[in-house]
Design a protein around this ligand. Structure first.
Ligand code: SAM
Ligand code: SF4
Length: 352
């Protein structure tokens, strides 16, 4: 019997998880991603005792002609699944800005071999889109919500959107999506005073809350190590208030260390890529909205799949290309080390 082809990197990691960014555009300006608002600039200006040497990323939206069509995305996902990818997450930019997203969801949901299809969104447009996405086959969703305070939410995201996101979380639950996860990037001096309230929200609402460390992927290159709230510190603060039980790891490539509350309602997860890197178990590959393959969030090279897709490459050509690219997957990131080089594009372009 011949063995099914797979995506194995040169460190022996088998890739199972594909993150697909479907647009680089966004309707928010998050302080840790696209810090362009006055509030974001004031926050960083006040903290830059030593200005970083690097220049802000000069970014502009990609022209539509460079963005992969649904047909192209579906083809890449099918090929990746034939190579062992099982999980697909749609992201961006803000994925709900992509017209007729439900059509793409339906196309991907039909691909045999995908065990997990999920979406990450800021949630602002979900009240309009939710039912169609569920009907198209979306079952798992993660919302980004970094604050439960209306003014602080606006300071962080640049939008007065807290009510809309809370409504979206409620709607996702009504639509029977499971799990509904909520991601919060915790930044010292911005929303670290809200950790307890966010955890309480997860327990009250019986949701999975993920606390994420701030990574150097913002377009202003304003990241400073001192702004990172280490996952361990967050955990200690929460343990002072709640009895938390470690949840068993279901998969070694899981990014979150998960904890459950004593009463069994809600779940907390700590995603600590800066203070406790999990690169050794990374099984992720990324496709950007403009058709570049990235083997790591922090890759400084991108691999041009779009040109091949549009130049008539056969499925066999594309499979061989994907396998050769995966062999170049970095062993680990170098955040905080003297040789660390920021990627040329911000998180909104890479797809988180
Ligand atoms: N716009 C959607 C959203 O915000 O959920 C999807 C794309 S966003 C880039 C995906 C995830 O990346 C979000 O949960 C966001 O909080 C996270 N993110 C963005 N910039 C980050 C940074 N510098 N460090 C850590 N997480 C970041
Ligand atoms: Fe915020 Fe997501 Fe938009 Fe970045 S892509 S600015 S994280 S909503």
């Amino acid at each position: 019997m011949t063995k099914a082809p797979s995506l194995i990197d040169s460190h022996g990691r088998v890739l199972r998880d594909l993150r697909v960014s479907i647009t680089d555009r966004c309707n928010f300006r998050c302080l840790y991603c696209l810090p362009e608002t006055e509030a974001a600039q004031n926050f960083y200006r006040g903290r830059w005792a030593n200005l970083p040497d690097s220049q802000p990323i000069a970014w502009k939206w990609q022209p539509k002609s460079k963005i992969l069509s649904f047909e192209e995305i579906e083809r890449v996902v099918r090929l990746a699944v034939s190579l062992g990818i099982q999980k697909v997450r749609l992201t961006g930019g803000e994925p709900l800005l992509r017209q007729n997203l439900e059509e793409l969801v339906a196309r991907i949901a039909r691909i045999p071999g995908i065990t997990d299809l999920a979406l990450t969104t800021n949630g602002f447009l979900f009240p309009q889109k939710g039912p169609a996405l569920r009907d198209a086959g979306l079952r798992r969703i993660s919302f980004s919500m970094d604050s439960l305070d209306r003014a602080n939410f606006q300071k962080i995201t640049g939008r007065d959107g807290l009510e809309a996101v809370l409504q979206s979380i409620g709607l996702a639950r009504e639509l029977g999506m499971h799990p509904v996860k909520v991601n919060a990037v915790i930044i010292r001096g911005i929303n670290d005073h809200e950790i307890e309230a966010l955890a309480e929200f997860a327990r009250e609402q019986d949701l999975a809350m993920r606390f994420i460390e701030f990574m150097p992927l913002d377009s202003a290159r304003a990241w400073l190590k001192e702004l990172v709230m280490p996952g361990r510190e967050i955990l200690q603060r929460l343990q002072a208030r709640h009895t938390l039980r470690p949840a068993p790891r279901t998969n070694p490539s899981e990014t979150a260390q998960r904890w459950s509350f004593a009463d069994g309602r809600g779940e907390l997860g700590l995603i600590s890529p800066v203070s406790e890197p999990f690169c050794g178990h990374c099984n992720r590959l990324r496709l950007t909205a403009d058709g570049k393959i990235r083997t790591c969030l922090f890759s400084v090279v991108e691999h041009d799949l779009r040109t091949r897709l549009r130049d008539g490459a056969t499925d066999a050509d594309l499979i061989a290309y994907l396998q050769s690219v995966v062999l170049q997957k970095e062993d680990r990131h170098h955040i905080g080390e003297p040789d660390f080089v920021s990627p040329e594009r911000s998180m909104s372009c890479i797809g988180g």
